[in-house]
Design a protein around this ligand. Structure first.
Ligand code: UD1
Ligand code: CA
Length: 466
């Protein structure tokens, strides 16, 4: 079975960043995570990541962010202490792959858009022709920055010349090296020590092994957008566009309406059901699922949340939360911190929910903060109701029973429990539990003094008139 090695030791100087290049985020994943995901289907016997610049950070990020279902339990890390080039990086594998007798797939850690089928095809071709090496190539409209690959009419590679080492004539060649290679490892292992650093960068280039191997075959990729290498922030933005186009095409084909797709972003980890409508300026991220018939936006952000069927979300932000079927959110609501809203609810106009559980058919339509609260069914939260959940040290719970109603501008000072069928008078500050089926008024009585008016002396009246 093939082994996979990913080159991830470089600093990525052209990114002008303190973060190693491969840890830059492309949508929901880092560049390196994307490269790893692209080769999961190959089921490699070993997966080796070559780390160097801030290697501990790279390792830590992979260990924390890749899920077990991504099949990376076999990840191994090999250190390239000094970054002396891509050839030098692969030389570091020599002691680790001693006795390994199959093929080695090598991927640059900064080529994040490869499709798994492309890699499968490359390996297939490599095995079919018993090549010493098979290299993924592409014809680019603008090949600037890439190594140019020269082949004979049978696609046998004769030379690879880095962009900076090319003559003016060589630069005219638009066929480039994608940075994806399949090698017969025992043959590669023999020639790796022969690399020299005789080039503009004085680095050991992996691409120079083609001078010692035979035959080396070039295989063109169908869609050249797959092989975009990320060297600077412009490349990163271009890759994001390509990724977004793929994701949106996919959902439109699956029966989702996107209104003004250019203004919408959807992570490739999101799941959308049929007849979802996404309105302009809406961003859906992380492990979000949106149920059939729901309408999201305009102007909304949904992250890591489950949205039911036929839900409407308008100008709102929802993160780490759940919204059940037929509920209306917004305009201008904020749901966060594992809030769970039932079905047929309404949460609107400047209402914030944090770790709030809301029963079915409950409404909180205006100007409220409900934090660390549990609301029953058919509750009505009056405008301006606040759960005072924080005493300066700890957070406390508020519970409101079914069918209860809070009057406008009431403050529920937690911990506090209101039974079912409770009515809270407007402007109340409720500090003690309220039993079922009762009215609570917790404010001072209105005082009316008939005939009272400000007594002003003649003199002060005069003064103000002057
Ligand atoms: C490389 C290829 C070029 C190809 C292009 C495709 C070489 C010499 N050139 O150029 O032909 O067209 O990729 O995108 O290979 N790295 C290490 N250790 C090092 C140097 C680099 O691990 O000492 C890693 C980097 O982290 C990166 C990858 O190798 O993930 C490629 O390095 P980079 O410097 O970006 O190579 P390019 O100049 O893009
Ligand atoms: Ca590169």
């Amino acid at each position: 079975m093939v082994a996979v090695a990913i080159l991830a030791a470089g600093r990525g100087t052209r990114m002008k960043s303190d973060l190693p290049k491969v840890l830059h985020q492309l949508g929901s994943h880092t560049l390196l995570e994307r490269v790893l995901k692209s080769c999961v289907s190959i089921q490699a016997s070993r997966q080796i990541v070559i780390v160097g610049y801030r290697g501990d950070l790279v390792k830590e990020s992979l260990v924390n962010n890749i899920n077990n279902d991504d099949n990376i339990s076999t990840l191994e890390f090999v250190e390239q202490k000094e970054q002396l080039g891509t050839g030098h990086a692969i030389q570091q594998l020599l002691p680790h792959l001693k006795g390994f007798s199959d093929d080695l797939l090598v991927l640059n850690g900064d080529v994040p858009l490869l499709r798994p089928e492309t890699l499968e095809q490359l390996i297939k071709t490599h095995k079919k022709y018993h090549n010493a090496a098979t290299i993924l190539t592409a014809n680019l409209p603008n090949p600037k920055g890439y190594g140019r690959i020269f082949c004979d009419p049978n696609n046998i590679v004769t030379q690879i010349v880095e962009d900076r080492d090319c003559t003016a004539a060589q630069k005219q060649n638009h066929r480039i090296n994608a940075g994806v290679y399949c090698f017969n490892w025992p043959i590669l292992a023999k020639v790796l020590p022969q690399l020299t650093a005789d080039n503009d960068q004085q680095e050991y280039y992996l691409t120079d092994v083609v001078n010692f191997l035979n035959p080396v075959m070039g295989v063109d990729v169908d869609d050249y957008q797959e092989i975009l290498g990320i060297n600077d922030r412009k490349n990163l933005a271009a890759a994001y566009d390509i990724l977004q186009m793929r994701v949106k095409d996919n959902w439109m084909s699956a029966g989702v309406t996107l209104i003004d797709p250019d203004s919408i972003t959807i992570d490739d980890t999101v799941l959308l059901q049929r007849d979802v409508i996404i309105e302009p300026q809406t961003h859906i991220r992380g492990r979000t699922v949106v149920g059939a018939g729901s309408r999201i936006g305009p102007g909304s952000l949904i992250e890591d949340s489950l949205i039911g069927k036929n839900v409407k979300v308008l100008y709102s932000v929802i993160s780490d939360s759940t919204v059940a079927d037929h509920t209306r959110i917004g305009p201008y609501a904020h749901l966060r911190g594992d809030s769970q809203v039932g079905s047929h609810c309404r949460v609107g106009n400047f209402v914030e929910l944090k770790n709030a559980k809301v029963g079915d058919r409950t409404n909180a339509a205006h100007l409220s903060y409900l934090g660390d609260a549990t609301l029953g069914e058919k509750v009505n939260i009056g405008a301006g109701t606040i759960t005072a959940n924080y005493d300066g040290v700890k957070k406390h719970q508020t519970k409101i029973g079914d069918r209860s109603k809070t009057g406008s501008n009431s403050v529920l000072v937690a911990p506090v429990t209101l039974g079912p069928d409770v009515t809270v008078a407007a402007g109340s500050i409720v500090t003690d539990d309220v039993p079922d089926d009762s009215l609570v008024i917790a404010r001072s009585r209105q005082v009316v003094k008939p005939g009272w008016r400000l007594k002003e002396s003649d003199e002060s009246t005069k003064k103000t008139q002057e």
